[in-house]
Design a protein around this ligand. Structure first.
Ligand code: NAD
Length: 269
């Protein structure tokens, strides 16, 4: 089979450039298009040059439709509004759409799910093997350690440029904990605490967000009981981790039926 031809949208971004390097290093995958927002100062540059691997003969454009028409798949780490738009185009082209973008609203998630009737979409708040395995462990721990005895708190830290909070990974881990407890995260999450908050409600899943410097992504799920604490943590040291996971997801999805899949499907967890 010939190489899977991939378009990177948001190609000049932190993840976009990392994705170009990861695809270039992966047998069976090839960068065939690169898209940035209209007015980006990077339009018309060679995307390989920008990503530091030298010219690969692919220039950055601002027309997703024509790029998608030639592609087998799209990898998208951009922002919620463009991601919804790209999911629609991927559905029209009936191709693979790997979505790493975080911070989508429930309405945006519903639009992405609708696009998955015709596109093969893999969406995850974290594309790394380690975090997805951690989610499985968190689910087990939350199931085994009930709300009468253990309180669950999720602590995350990211670099200072991150725009959404809590992180997609923190929410992924929160959902895993809620799943283990048999509850809906929306009804039990405490996103912020400030001032006289009163005592902690039983069964709550708390979030705490730190931002600063160049941290790629640190997450800890703390199960706090009377006289003991279990801490399950993951530390991402390099964005290449997420990019390699996203490329793996694209190759896995190639030839699969349209639908909405997660990294746990890709990794068989
Ligand atoms: P970034 O700001 O460096 O990159 C985003 C890029 O998207 C920018 O270059 C921007 O110009 C481009 N863009 C915006 N609108 C566009 C449009 N309409 N068309 C084309 N390009 C457009 O951000 P980043 O740090 O690379 O993160 C991007 C997203 O990926 C965020 O939502 C972040 O939370 C998420 N992320 C997810 C994972 C994961 O594993 N799921 C890992 C890291 C980051």
């Amino acid at each position: 089979m010939s190489d899977m031809g991939l378009v990177v949208v948001g190609a000049a971004g932190r993840m976009g450039q990392t994705l170009v390097r990861a695809i270039h290093a992966t047998p069976g995958a090839r960068v065939i298009g690169a898209v940035e927002r209209q007015g980006s100062p990077h339009l018309a540059k060679d995307v390989g040059e920008l990503a530091g691997i030298g010219s690969i003969g692919v220039t950055i454009g601002d027309d997703p439709l024509s790029a998608f028409a030639r592609a087998d798949g799209v990898i998208d780490f951009t922002a919620p509004a463009p991601t919804v738009e790209f999911a629609g185009y991927a559905a029209q082209a009936r191709i693979v759409h790997v979505i790493g973008t975080t911070g989508c609203t429930p309405e945006q998630d519903a639009a992405i799910a609708a696009a998955a009737r015709h596109a093969t979409i893999v969406k995850s708040g974290n594309m790394s093997l380690g975090v997805n395995l951690l989610a499985v462990l968190v689910e087990q721990a939350a199931r085994a350690l009930g709300p009468e005895e253990f309180d669950i708190e999720i602590l995350e830290m990211h670099h200072k440029h991150k725009v959404d909070a809590p992180s997609g990974t923190a929410l992924l881990l929160g959902n895993a904990a809620a799943e283990g407890r048999g509850i809906a995260l929306e009804d039990h999450s405490v996103r912020v605490r400030d001032g006289h908050t009163g005592v902690r409600p039983d069964g709550a899943i708390g979030f705490a967000t730190l931002r600063g410097g160049s941290v790629v992504g640190d997450h800890s799920v703390i199960l706090a009981g009377a006289g003991e604490r279990i801490v399950l943590s993951h530390h991402a040291e390099d964005r290449g981790l997420f990019a390699r996971g996203a490329v793996k997801a694209a190759l896995w999805a190639h030839g699969k039926k349209p639908g909405l899949y997660t990294m746990r499907d890709v990794l068989g967890l």
